[in-house]
Design a protein around this ligand. Structure first.
Ligand SMILES: Nc1nc2c(c(=O)[nH]1)N[C@H]1C(S)=C(S)[C@@H](COP(=O)(O)O)O[C@H]1N2
Ligand SMILES: [Mo]
Length: 221
């Protein structure tokens, strides 16, 4: 057995914490700090160069600047977030543009059913369009009333609170509307295609296992 598989097999799942009732999804542990998780390097931007490209099943491909987004209606949400590596964080305040408000600037074709959200560097995740129409989906620029830190996705990240946090693409740069579904980065790497934390949709393969201390050694802020 590989070292990793062996370690995963020996690790325990956190016990159900009755204190939080149904609020804490199964197999999750609460954290007060905000862990930082991503693949690759943290991108650096000159805001004059940053942009967000919208393409695929739309009448017209469009590119939005930082100012374009900041001039759209702004919404603040307070939501719990849940990472597949078993940490959850309650009451996170994000501010940004509601996805449904953003859509007012775009003519999405009726054929669009799925969305691929792209972020730097070379990261993407797929989400059903229907899910992005919920009232608490944001293209967020602020956390706790302050601009996102560089490592949490400055200048803009997607926030999809009802799915595992790998769907909340940091450093968002592209939104592709699609007819057919396609897998993103983690979805291709055995993560669940949908990722509902309350159903523990962590993986798409049966023998995968997430240790309970996977996130302990990550960076926080
Ligand atoms: N661009 C980009 N976005 C990303 C990732 C990434 O590697 N690249 N990782 C995802 C994963 S797996 C998680 S858990 C969250 C972590 O967000 P945080 O670092 O703000 O906690 O970002 C998601 N968004
Ligand atoms: Mo993650």
């Amino acid at each position: 057995m590989s070292k990793k598989a062996d370690r995963l097999k020996k690790s325990k799942v956190p016990p159900r914490n009755e204190k939080y009732g149904d609020r804490l999804p199964p197999g999750q542990t609460l954290t007060e700090k905000f862990p930082i998780l991503h693949e690759g390097e943290v991108p650096e931007y000159d805001l004059n160069d940053w942009n967000l490209r919208v393409f695929g099943e739309v009448d017209e491909e469009k590119v939005f600047t930082y100012d374009d987004l900041m001039n759209m209606p702004q919404t603040t949400i307070v939501r719990d977030i849940h990472c597949v590596t078993r940490w959850s964080k309650f009451d996170n305040t994000f501010t940004g543009v509601k996805f449904t408000d953003f859509l007012k600037a775009i003519n999405v074709k009726d054929t669009a059913k799925h969305v691929m959200v792209y972020g730097d560097h070379d990261y993407e995740s797929n989400i059903p369009l229907e899910d992005l129409l919920k009232e608490d989906i944001l293209i967020a620029h602020s956390y706790d009333g302050k601009p996102l830190t560089v490592k949490h996705g400055y200048p803009f990240r997607l926030v999809v609170p009802h799915l595992y946090f790998w769907k909340s693409v940091k450093w968002i740069r592209g939104i592709e509307f699609m007819v057919e579904d396609r897998q993103g980065y983690w979805e291709r790497n055995d993560f669940h295609n949908y990722g509902d934390p309350f159903k523990e949709e962590r993986f798409s393969v049966d023998d995968a296992y997430m240790p309970d201390d996977e996130w302990h050694k990550k960076e926080f802020d």
